[in-house]
Design a binder for this molecule. Structure first.
Ligand code: HEM
Length: 360
């Protein structure tokens, strides 16, 4: 992770003091770290990165399949049939390509990725006993009991899920953090003071990054409170008919199989939960006393809470610590005019224009 951040800083140093869209640098950094830590791939090819970008460029909210699922209900027979057809498109295209040469269908980027991940897992199986390897694939393979409690297919699904679920939210959190740094210089100063006060003893370990920087921790929680990223994922399907009551005793019945989605914005901007300081103001110290465990859903809650939370926090903290040690983030004239949030599968900003001033 440290060497990926070193590369990221090296690329930034080449930009001098010109205006940069740091969002593209964060995406590449996150991609490199996930590839290195999860797949043991150092310096993955540009082609790999492009395919992942293509997957994320697809606007899921416009997907016909998703629209039909919402219309028919996710548990209906028709929806499940449509989902199966949707998921087998890739295999069908491949089958047709293999049967004739008259017209070749282009491969879906996500199919390409799945095949690459399959190759990586297969390679991992061959070098399973290599004690030097400590990436996620190898850890999962080592955890595979002889009784087969984690199957090859499950490993494949899990390592693919890590890239899909981890790449965009992590890069987006760094983008929002940088936006705050550029627009709240007093917050940046507080972070730099905390970072400078830490005695440098070579490369930072996971424990140091996660435990030592308390203000940075509150800063990031405040970023995710104001800019929740993955709110569409925060839904649950009801397993049995349930009745819930509001504070006035009014009852609401939730039927079996109903899907319930948390209203993250209302929770994150509630004055009752986050006051008395106006929840519209960026104020990290409000996290010193959190009113309720359910008030913050940046990483979700309960048994299905984000599995990559600590991993993501260590990437973001390490990056910001090393960035702010060397540079001060400065507002560019292009920042506000290009600042626009999109919600394709996670809520993110494609453009974050800043300048970096080297610190003395
Ligand atoms: C700052 C970055 C991240 C944010 C804000 C974030 C947020 C979330 C949220 C809100 C959920 C839904 C949780 C729930 O339903 O209760 C989730 C699930 C998940 N996240 Fe993250 N995530 C981040 C980074 C990552 C990373 C780096 C990985 C892995 C490398 C990852 C892997 C996953 C997985 C696998 C799930 C599904 C867990 C399950 O269904 O059991 N996430 N994430």
């Amino acid at each position: 992770m440290n060497s990926c951040v070193t590369q990221f800083l090296f690329k930034l140093s080449a930009t001098g003091s010109s205006d940069i869209n740091i969002s593209t640098f964060y995406k590449r950094l996150t991609f490199d770290i996930i590839c290195s830590c999860c797949y043991g791939l150092n310096s993955p090819s540009e082609e790999y990165y492009q395919k992942v970008e293509e997957v994320f460029a697809i606007d899921l909210t416009q997907s016909l399949w998703l629209k039909l699922t919402c219309l028919l209900g996710s548990t209906s027979f028709l929806s499940q049939l449509i989902e199966k057809l949707y998921r087998s498109q890739d295999d069908f295209k491949r089958f047709l390509n293999g049967k004739q040469n008259f017209f070749q269908f282009g491969e879906f980027p996500r199919y390409w990725i799945r095949e690459k991940v399959r190759e990586i897992v297969d390679l991992g199986v061959e070098s399973r006993d290599d004690v030097g390897k400590i990436d996620l694939v190898h850890l999962l393979l080592k955890a595979t009991n002889k009784d087969g409690s984690i199957s090859h297919g499950e490993i494949l699904q899990n390592v693919s899920a890590f890239l899909i679920a981890g790449y965009e939210p992590t890069a987006a959190t760094m983008v929002y953090s940088t936006y705050i740094l550029a627009t709240h210089p007093e917050e940046q100063l507080k972070l730099q003071m905390e970072i400078d006060s830490y005695e440098d003893e070579g490369e930072m370990s996971y424990d140091v990054v996660i435990k030592k920087f308390e203000y940075l921790d509150r800063f990031l929680r405040e970023v995710l409170r104001m800019y929740p990223i993955a709110i569409q994922q925060l839904s649950r399907q009801c397993e049995q008919e349930t009745v819930v009551r509001d504070e006035h005793g009014k009852e609401f019945k939730i039927e079996k199989d109903d899907i319930v989605q948390a209203d993250v914005y209302s929770l994150h901007y509630s004055t009752d939960l986050w006051g008395p300081t106006d929840p519209g103001i960026f104020y990290p110290d409000r996290h010193i006393t959190q009113q309720s465990q359910c008030a913050f859903l940046g990483f979700g809650l309960g048994p299905r809470q984000c599995i990559g939370m600590r991993f993501a926090m260590s990437i973001i903290k390490l990056t910001l610590i090393r960035l702010l040690k060397e540079y001060t983030v400065v507002h560019s004239n292009k920042l506000e005019e290009n600042w626009c949030l999109t919600d394709k599968r996670v809520i993110t900003a494609q453009n974050c224009w800043i300048r970096l001033e080297a610190r003395q």
